[in-house]
Design a binder for this molecule. Structure first.
Ligand code: 9WN
Length: 419
């Protein structure tokens, strides 16, 4: 494993800030130079959270810049293309400019975990900037309305993801079953950096799914009636619930009624308990009607809810701390349970540890006053970046870095963890 010279907290914080400076394009923060040269939605929300204390001006610009990509439907796209750099699938695949609801700036046609309400709340906690809350709030209301209308494909109050990319955890084993049910596609598109992640056929299915949705005009009716991939994901919905609660607290500052956000959070909680729980939280495949019984870090998303009933909380925390997850690895938190057949310590969301999910779980531990767990997550995550740098993800056993370097959310959330 690569060793770095020991760095103290102040030096680590300076290094993190330098990464974020280098990844700022003038209009937004790219997740990493080279591999991800545009603005990604939930990456930006994590950057807002990390910069809230240190560079609130930049955090505000980051959020507004992302929201320039919001569609008139309220959908916040998973990629906003601000730079001319090539990326596959780029604007020529998404063709957002041909859609009447799309903004002037080029974007993808999919969405991503709706962390932005929580990010705005986080920024407000550290700045007290009410004027900015008033400015950003309406866009986030529209984002939530979009999810509640166009994405409640199961009709029970949860938002469905319609593509693995929408989960933010694109090669998670949770999507293996719904992907396997799709036809085998062979386009032969290649994107070299993705080779490490997906077998060819998976990547071709990803592109095929995206193009089917595009060719249906990004229509909610098509998603409901025809689109072959529709999954209720506990992480996506857990994050949405946390953002609803954040919006309820922000609403009075924007002279708005908090009640709809509280009711939305309540609906999501009930639906997750009724539809996604069976001893732990699983994703539900709406096309097969079955739970997808593989435990991944995504199954801990509902822990972000301070009102999660204690019976569910205790069972989930027990599993998180057990030898299935944190209990057997040197570093928090493997992205897939280590005894699962699909676990692979080297492949992105199929095993490695990620700073963003560690941060989300640390936030979950904090809302439930699980101080020891929160501290363990903080210490373990800081140990990872101290030893291996701001890598995209990390081997959960030996802590060595994987994926790209100078990864923005690893740097941004380190700033928050150091505070
Ligand atoms: C597809 C940018 C994004 C993250 C995702 C991560 C990865 C892209 C990819 O990179 O996804 O959007 O190329 O696989 O899985 O969480 O937002 O950092």
């Amino acid at each position: 494993m690569e060793a770095r010279p020991a760095v103290d907290d102040a030096a680590l914080g300076r290094e993190a800030m330098a990464v974020l400076e280098a990844n700022w394009t003038g209009t937004g923060t790219v997740p990493a130079p080279g591999l991800y040269p545009h603005q990604w939605s939930w990456d930006s929300a994590f950057v807002v959270i990390g910069l809230a204390r240190h560079r609130p001006d930049r955090a505000r610009d980051e959020l507004l810049s992302l929201l320039r990509g919001q569609w008139a439907t309220g959908m916040v796209p998973h990629i906003v293309f601000h730079t001319p750099e090539a990326y596959f699938p780029g604007p020529s695949v998404w063709r957002s400019q041909e859609h009447e609801a799309a903004p002037r700036v080029l974007t993808s046609g999919l969405t991503a975990p709706p962390l932005h309400g929580l990010a705005l709340w986080w920024l407000y906690q550290h700045t007290g900037d009410e004027a900015f809350v008033r400015k950003a709030y309406p866009a986030l209301v529209a984002q939530h309305d979009y999810l509640a209308s166009a994405r409640d494909l199961g009709g029970a109050g949860l938002a469905a993801i319609v593509h693995p990319w929408e989960s933010g955890m694109d090669d998670s084993p949770a999507w293996d079953e719904p992907l396997a049910a799709l036809p085998v596609i062979r386009y032969g598109y290649r994107h070299l950096e993705l080779d490490e992640r997906h077998p060819d056929s998976d990547h071709d299915r990803y592109v095929w799914l995206a193009m089917r949705y595009r060719d249906a005009g990004y229509s909610p009716g098509y998603l409901r009636d025809e689109h072959p991939f529709a999954v209720e994901d506990p992480m996506f919905n857990g994050i949405w619930l946390a953002s609803c609660q954040a919006m309820a607290e922000l609403a009075p500052l924007a002279h708005a009624d908090p009640a709809p956000h509280v009711e939305q959070a309540e609906r999501i909680r009930q639906a997750m308990l009724e539809r996604l729980w069976d001893g732990c939280f699983y994703a539900r495949d709406l096309r097969s009607g079955q739970l997808i019984r593989v435990s991944t870090v995504g199954g801990f998303g509902p822990l972000l809810d301070p009102l999660l009933p204690s019976e569910h909380l205790n069972a989930a925390v027990e599993m998180l701390e057990s030898a299935r997850f944190m209990g057997a690895t040197g570093y928090p938190v493997p992205s897939c349970e280590i005894r699962a057949a699909q676990f692979d310590r080297t492949r992105y969301w199929r095993g490695p540890s990620w700073v963003n999910t560690n941060w989300l779980l640390r936030r979950a531990a904090a809302v439930h006053s699980l101080d020891h767990l929160a501290q363990q997550l903080t210490n373990g995550t800081l140990r990872l970046v101290r030893q291996a740098g701001f890598r995209e993800c990390f081997d959960p056993f030996d802590g060595s870095g994987r994926g790209c370097r100078d990864f923005s959310w690893s740097a941004a959330l380190t700033l928050d963890l150091l505070a």
